[in-house]
Design a protein around this ligand. Structure first.
Ligand SMILES: Nc1ncnc2c1ncn2[C@@H]1O[C@H](COP(=O)(O)OP(=O)(O)O)[C@@H](O)[C@H]1O
Ligand SMILES: [Mg+2]
Length: 221
């Protein structure tokens, strides 16, 4: 398996206090398999993003461990975890995350140039075309709609050909046609052997999934 979480939870203190905590995610075991698209649904505030961030190496759990290719990622130092995330994990976050000072094309190429040299422009251009963004490669993130920003994030997440893809409500602000495009890209990524985790509100997305979980009050069912 690609990602395995054992007994992970996340506690937060309420209202910035220091005594009264709650579980945003209760103790959870989950595995993301290669070639499998795992979908997670659930109401806003149920803990989906918190779980995704813990699995993606972005947020250390309060308890438990996350293994990627059998390595306990939160036992690594920051430098190694960053390099592993760059090479193996693609994250499509919620919201708009393009760097404002870089063009669309430069944003997509950026994860490649963090650790590698060479020419990645052709690949970045192809990825942008695959999400219908070919015409916008020289635009800047502030000039894009919400949906275009989201498609930029998808191309950026795929530039290093990651083994695992995490998509946090990637179709939330897309029209029907772009929603279908994005879900087909994620399905194709799973079919090519990647492990894909998709957080979604949309019921149509569930048709693309191999496994569906529901999150409710921090509990995964
Ligand atoms: N950094 C944080 N500090 C305190 N509470 C948080 C923090 N991040 C998220 N929460 C709370 O944890 C719960 C789960 O949030 P989240 O994982 O974003 O849910 P979802 O993605 O399902 O909407 C919510 O009640 C949210 O307010
Ligand atoms: Mg969320």
């Amino acid at each position: 398996m690609a990602v395995k979480a054992v007994g992970i939870s996340k506690r937060y203190f309420r209202n910035g206090g220091t005594s009264n905590y709650f579980y945003a995610v209760s103790k959870t075991d989950i595995q993301l398999e290669n070639g499998c698209l795992t979908a997670i649904t659930g109401r806003s505030g149920s803990g989906k993003t918190t779980l995704l961030n813990m699995l993606a190496g972005l947020l250390e759990p309060s308890e438990g461990s996350v293994f990627i290719d059998d390595e306990d990622i939160y036992k690594m130092d920051d430098k190694r975890l960053s390099a592993l995330r760059n090479a193996k994990i693609g994250v499509i976050p919620q919201g708009q995350t393009g760097l404002a000072s870089l063009s669309v094309l430069e944003n997509v190429m950026l994860p490649f140039y963090m650790y590698q040299k060479g020419d990645v422009e052709k690949k970045a251009t192809e990825l942008l075309a695959s999400v219908g963004m070919a015409e916008l490669k020289n635009a800047f993130p502030t000039e894009l709609s919400g949906g275009e920003n989201r498609r930029l994030a998808i191309a950026r997440a795929l530039i290093n050909d990651p083994d695992v893809i995490f998509a946090d409500e990637p179709t939330g602000d897309l029209d029907d046609e772009n929603t279908k495009t994005v879900l087909e890209i994620l399905r194709a990524a799973a079919d090519s052997g990647k492990a894909v985790m998709l957080v979604t509100h949309e019921n149509d997305a569930l048709g693309y999934a191999d496994k569906v979980y529901r999150m409710d009050g921090g509990v995964l069912k």
